[in-house]
Every structure is written in structure tokens, then in C-alpha cells.
Design a protein around this ligand. Sequence first.
Ligand SMILES: Cc1ncc(COP(=O)(O)O)c(C=O)c1O
Length: 406
Amino acid sequence: MNVPFFRPQLGEAEIEEVVATLRSGWLTSGPRTKRFEELFAQAVGARRAVALNSCTAGLHLATEALGLANHQAVLVPTMTFAASAEVIRYAGAVPVLVDCDPDTLNMSLEDADRKLADLKAGSLPQPLREVGDTVGIVPVHVGGQMLDIAAMRAFADQHRLWIVEDAAHAFPAAWRSGPDAPWQRSGEHTADVTCFSFYANKTITTGEGGMVVTESDELAEQIRSLSLHGLSNDAWGRYTAKGAWDYRIIAAGYKYNLTDVASALGIHQLARAEEMRQEREEIAHQFIDSLAGVDEIELPPVLEDRIHSWHLFQIKLKLERLAIDRDTFLEELRSAGIGFSVHWRPLHLHPYYQETFGWRPEDLPVATEVWRRTVSLPIFPGMTSDERQAVTAAVVGICRRFRRAA
Ligand SMILES: Cc1ncc(COP(=O)(O)O)c(C=O)c1O
């Protein structure tokens, strides 16, 4: 049996809404995008939401609206996707990479502290000795399990940093400081700006798409304007009866708006988001139960006081107990017909970051070690019980066949 890494779950409601959008004659950002923004803001408990054509666009515009400038430094986890750091480079600023927690793979605040001290002491690789002030931090909730928001906020306040939260994996997800504390959703006062992704394999999808949320009207207006060429008025405003035909260019902007065709998908995906999350959670618990006795792997940590989006189900191989490495393990999964992915080769092990900033594997030792052991297994709503069983049977079978003799 073949199990893909991901299969989006799009229902009749999504299809009908797309068809209705096509028939309506309004394809670009318009009434459906406005509605999607309003519903999304409500869903995460945020004051403002601006729909964009990707999470990357959101990270870019958030950092620009916060005033990120040439040569400034921003703390970014090394254990993340290209997008979280490349947007810092757009401004000519410098991502200072931070190591991860070995269990959750989320950014380590102890290492963030260390990196700030190393910056001050001039002990980071040479190209990083010239950078200016450190102005921000970009936390990522790897796989959809949120990091400690209170600790992040305290760290940012202590060092006077803005927070742009990369919540590409974290919808819907929540955190609380203890069993009696209220839940706080990702995007609900958790950062200066929070950015979500609706890429094809994310927890809800519009094919390509993203959303930024913020409590600040000023940042929301700036981000909206920058997403549409820096114009003072959006297309819906310009062409509808009540809109003004005239506009002013108030900044050198970009073309990052989300279409109504995409928002048609988003509105209905959003309505099913919690139901789909619960299904992923059920699959995750089945995987955990079925794999609990397998000594050759570590299961993903499930922290208390979190609502996990379960965007990813990442296992870590115990290489000392296996006669094969991770890449051979992946080949075995492929032979068994099981889709997989790896999140991620850390940024400091990519040529661009090594050649531009001189990062060495030993500068971020935890990520250097742990990425060689990580495997992301398929997890998606609509996964049949046979597919679930095929995934765990393949993992158990590979571990049994390649167990290292004691
Ligand atoms: C952690 C993280 N941040 C940002 C992104 C970028 O999202 P998008 O493709 O919507 O730009 C991704 C995409 O996979 C991601 O995993």
C-alpha cells in the first residue's frame, strides 16, 4: 500500500465556493478575502488580520513594517524552513542563527542568550562581527507544538526585541502557562505580528496563501498597503461603487495580496480547522500507542499545557541502536511505499549560510546532531485506518530488520 506524505482534504463546500467565486466575476482580493480575514481574526482572537499570498510574504512585510534595516541583526532558529531567515536578508539585515531544544526542536532561549553574548564578545564567525543592533526575534513552533510564550515574551522584553512569530505550522494551536491559566492561541497577543501559512500541505490550505495577524492597527494598515504596491487604497476599494478611483503611492510596495479564488477555499477550510486538527491528534495518539515499544526511535514529545496542531509527526532515530543511518531508513520507507519528509536540514548546514556568514556545524551543535536523526511521517485528516496501520507497520518492520546487534 502507498501512503502519500500528505493529501489535502478539500470538500464540496470548498469546490462550490470556488465555482461561485468564478461565476461572480470577482477573482482577485475582494469580498471573500475580506470575509476570510474577519473569520480568521475571530478564530485566533486577534484584532486585525491581513490575507497575503504566502506566509513568507507575511514574514517579509511584518519585518519591514517593524522597520528592519540594513545590517541590523535578528535572532532566527536554525531549525526552520528557508523562509524564516531569507526575509531578514531582503532588508540587508542579518539572521543570527540560534540552536534548538533537542526534544521539541523549538528555538532554545538559552542559546539565544548565548548568541547575544557571543555577538557582543565578537566570538561568532568573522562575517557576524560587523553586524549592528539586534532588534528582533522570529520564533517558530516546529510541527505545531508551541514554545513557551511567556518565556519568549520575557526574553524579548529583556533585550528590547520585537517578535514576529512564524506560525506556519501552528494553526490551530494554543499554549497556557499552567493548568489553571487561560489558553492563548497562536496569534492571540503572542507576538507583534504572527504569520500563518496556507501552503498546499499545511493544516488548512488555500493552495498558496498566508495570513498575518496583529493587535496594531498601524502595522495592519502598513502591511496591507505594502502588500498592494504601497497604494493608499485596495482594488476592492477602488473599483466598487463606494470606492474612490484615486489613490496615492505611499511606499515602494510589493504584490502580495491573496485572491478571492484562494479565499474561497480558506473560508471553508477554516470552518473545518478544529475538526481536522482533532483527527490529526487522534492519528498522532494512535502512532504513539503503536510505536511506544519500539526501542530504536524516540517519539515526539507531547507537552502539557499545549494544544498541538499536529502539522508534523516527527520521530527521531536512535542511531546507536540501528545498523543503518537516517537516509537509508528513508530509502526503506520509500520501498515500503510510505511518504516522508525531513524537517529540516538546519539553515547553518546550507551553503548560503555557511559561505555568507561562516557558520560551522559546531556553532549550533544540537541541531547539527539531531537533524541527522529526524524523520517526518505522514499525518493528515482523511488518512484511512489501513494507511495508519501501514505507516506504523513500516516503521516497526524497518527497526526490527535493522536493529543493531547488542
Ligand atoms: C516554518 C515555516 N515558515 C514559513 C514557511 C513558508 O510558508 P509559505 O510557503 O506559505 O510562504 C514554511 C513553509 O513550509 C515553514 O515551514
